[in-house]
Design a protein around this ligand. Structure first.
Ligand code: FE2
Length: 370
């Protein structure tokens, strides 16, 4: 695929904002368990009487944890409906006005009209459009040409507040998966194509992703430069069981972000640290590891190490990847994380779907949701 300029001027993911019931405790979890550092803060002490937000950062990953200070704020309704979850997958764009106007012209739902966000450090330009469920895409630009020069620690309204975490080696958001309602996958893929200028990168049908009980379909949408990859999943008819995607939608009460995949450079080190910190991962049966040499051939890692940590391997024409999935990080079986390392492979672990989904189904069964 040739590189092409994105019609909205999207550059990369600026941050991901979670609406959570208790941002102070979520901050502790992301810092102590995932190894993020707290970098910036917005709350009562900064004059923000609406919400409290913490910016958590690890290398190039920026997570904002936001909680409402009262029931009037829309975040309160979001949490009532969805539990803790991803509200905003925010993009850094060349020009927020252009990105917003172009997106709306192409059919996006306008959520926030372009406006300045300002504090003593300057201002940035911000707008937002809707995507699946109640999830939005903020469009943020720093335009130094017409006075939108910003020198603060994050965004206007935030002050620097440094509380160091012990890094676990996660570095970058690789992809963010959206779960959408039955029959609506193509509609949302068309949205990412027609509005956002993405293209279809990989398609998985229910033959790829089906087990005895449940199934799903998935299309990976990507921007021209493959900086931003958004797989879109929909439930598919299994042999009588409930799709894991439907379980998510039932508990999230709508479409929404299912998992965020975080890239690391040394998955053995990262997963060991995360496990030592108490993060819980899905495990596949031990027999999975006996089949690795035949299925993926030579790899640098010892299979014993992978088995001990529960890490999965898959290969495509260009290399292999190592991946592992956390259990949901809320009480509702909704949002979870993937930790992955790519060694040339551009895929998403298709060869692991079967083993993985058998173990997801086992979890679903224990929750009474299969
Ligand atoms: Fe993934």
């Amino acid at each position: 695929m040739t590189e092409q300029k994105n019609p909205l001027g999207l550059k990369k993911i600026h941050h991901v904002e979670f609406y959570v019931g208790n941002a102070k405790q979520a901050e502790f979890y992301y810092r102590k368990a995932f190894g993020f550092s707290r970098v910036a803060y917005s709350g009562l002490e900064t004059g923000n009487r609406e919400t409290t937000s913490y910016l958590m950062r690890q290398t190039n990953i920026n997570f904002v944890l936001t909680t409402p200070m009262g029931p009037e704020h829309p975040a309160a309704e979001h949490i009532k409906q969805h539990g803790d979850g991803v509200k905003d997958i925010a993009f850094y764009v060349e020009d927020a006005d252009h990105a917003f106007n172009e997106a709306v012209k192409r059919g996006a739902r306008a959520v926030v009209e372009p406006h300045d966000l300002t504090d003593a450090n300057g201002s940035v330009r911000h707008a937002a459009i809707g995507t699946y469920g109640d999830t939005i895409h903020s469009l943020i630009s720093y335009n130094t040409n017409n006075g939108h020069n910003y020198s603060g620690p994050f965004l206007p309204g935030f002050i620097e507040q440094s509380v160091e975490g012990d890094p676990t080696g996660i570095m970058l958001v690789d992809h963010i998966v959206g779960n959408v309602e039955l029959g609506r996958m193509n509609e949302w893929c068309d949205f990412y194509r027609d509005v956002m200028g993405f293209h279809r990168y990989i398609t998985f049908d229910d033959k790829d992703i089906s087990t005895e009980y449940s199934a799903l379909m998935s299309i990976v949408m990507s921007d021209g430069q493959h900086n931003i990859k958004f797989p879109i999943n929909e439930p598919a008819e299994g042999k009588g069981g409930k799709s894991q995607i439907q379980e998510y939608i039932d508990f999230y009460r709508s479409a929404g972000a299912q998992h965020i995949a975080l890239l690391c450079r040394d998955v053995l080190h990262t997963v060991q640290k995360l496990q030592d910190n108490g993060i819980e991962f899905l495990r596949v049966p031990d027999e999975y590891y006996e089949e690795i040499p035949g299925r993926v051939g030579e790899i640098d890692e010892s299979i014993e190490d992978l088995k001990r940590l529960g890490i999965l391997v898959d290969r495509d024409d260009e290399g292999y990847l190592l991946q592992i999935f956390t259990k949901p990080v809320e009480d509702r079986p909704t949002v979870f994380f993937e930790i992955l390392q790519r060694k040339g492979c551009k895929g998403f672990g298709k060869g692991n779907f079967k083993a993985l989904f058998v173990s997801i189904e086992e979890e679903q069964r224990r929750r009474g949701n299969l």
